[in-house]
Design a protein around this ligand. Structure first.
Ligand SMILES: Nc1ncnc2c1ncn2[C@@H]1O[C@H](COP(=O)(O)OP(=O)(O)OP(=O)(O)O)[C@@H](O)[C@H]1O
Ligand SMILES: [Mg+2]
Length: 342
């Protein structure tokens, strides 16, 4: 076991990286257009590998398919840097961390319980609500009958209950009346075959908050997401917008908002991170309501680390951190948890 040291890990480690690559799948005709959206590109894996190698570690790319089980037993690694999104079901993000726990292999990031809870947006909302953290009123809809008797106030927002990367979220996901709700819900249930989250629409500006750490987590930065040419009430950080972020989005980090509101946003993000017992890193999405209250929308304990367009990477850059510093900090938080660094 590596001995502890102050600023850098004393031992050179054998670090595995687990991930799922877009290019390992092919889009079939009967699949939704955003089927591959959450998977990573090789560029991201190589960027992480370079950072870890620059610290003297030996890095092994382990992938994230079923062959991983054999690779883990054949290749002994000291620790895994995990960014795998998983392959199927609402526990998919937890599959590899659960396997690593079973084999007693340390890994970066949150544990299986947090990863599953956070991916299911309804479950995550129930947990944050239990801590009195504001989040829009909602209903989980697995079949059309679940829409009956809803007392939610329009406008509403309809998304998939356990997807990320704006899968199933489009510019027209804001719903103004019961007829559109029915059409939208029917269409999504048919196309994606998984439950929906119907939520009250939060009309104000949107923020995403990067958080790092464990016992005393810190806010890395709060970033406002402005969709160019649209007022907040017509802004949705949808699939179309995320795919063309360079032309369509203006990021503000730090945002030009009053200090009280900024503090409240940070507080909601930190409290959500703690309520869900996140580890090492997460990104929390928040929208501010007409009542000036920041509402928790969702949390991402496996935030995208694309060096080009990951929101967390953009936050880090805005506060003067390069990619190396961000990845090393996440890695070091994990090493500290295992007692391998001071
Ligand atoms: N209740 C809501 N009110 C207003 N806008 C919402 C609401 N829920 C989601 N949105 C909009 O839809 C976007 C995508 O929703 P959300 O962040 O929940 O999904 P996601 O696909 O998991 O995102 P990510 O890419 O961060 O994983 C949000 O960034 C926001 O613009
Ligand atoms: Mg989001």
């Amino acid at each position: 076991m590596p001995a502890a040291s102050r600023n850098v890990p004393k031992m050179k480690l054998k670090v595995g990286i687990t991930y799922n690559l877009k290019k390992e799948f092919s889009q079939r005709e009967n699949q939704p257009i955003d089927f591959l959206e959450e998977f990573d590109s090789e560029e991201t894996i190589d960027a992480i590998r370079k950072v870890l190698e620059s610290e003297g570690h030996k890095v092994i790319k382990l992938g994230g398919d079923a062959g991983l089980i054999d690779r883990l037993r054949q290749t002994s690694v000291d620790i895994v840097f995990n960014i795998a999104e998983g392959l199927q079901g609402r526990n998919r993000e937890a599959h590899i961390p659960a396997l690593l726990e079973f084999l007693n292999i340390p890994y970066t990031g949150s544990d299986p319980l947090t990863l599953s809870l956070s991916l299911d947006k309804a479950m995550a909302k129930r947990v944050v609500m239990s801590q009195n953290i504001p989040t829009p009123r909602f209903k989980k809809v697995g079949r059309m009958e679940d829409l009956d008797g809803s007392d939610l106030h329009y406008p509403l927002f309809v998304k998939l209950c356990y997807e990320g990367s704006s899968k199933g979220v489009r510019l027209d996901s804001k719903i103004l009346n019961p007829q559109s709700l029915e059409e939208r819900a029917r269409g999504l249930l048919k196309t994606y075959g998984s439950p929906l989250l119907v939520e009250e629409f939060v009309k104000g500006p949107e923020f995403t908050v990067g958080i790092l750490g464990n016992k005393d987590p810190i806010v890395l930065g709060v970033m406002q997401i402005e969709i160019k040419g649209r007022p907040p009430e017509e802004s949705i950080y949808s699939l179309e917008i995320k795919r063309e972020w360079e032309e369509k989005v203006r990021y503000h980090c730090p945002p030009s908002i009053d200090q009280d509101l900024l503090k409240k946003i940070e507080e909601v993000a930190l409290r959500s991170y703690q309520a869900l017992e996140c580890r090492d890193v997460s990104r929390v999405d928040i929208r501010v309501g007409e009542d000036n209250t920041p509402y928790f929308l969702e949390i991402n304990p496996l935030p995208g680390l694309s060096p080009a367009y990951g929101d967390l990477v953009i936050i880090a850059r805005s506060i003067g951190w390069d990619y190396d510093r961000l990845v090393k900090t996440i890695f070091h938080h994990a090493l500290k948890r295992y007692g391998w660094m001071e």
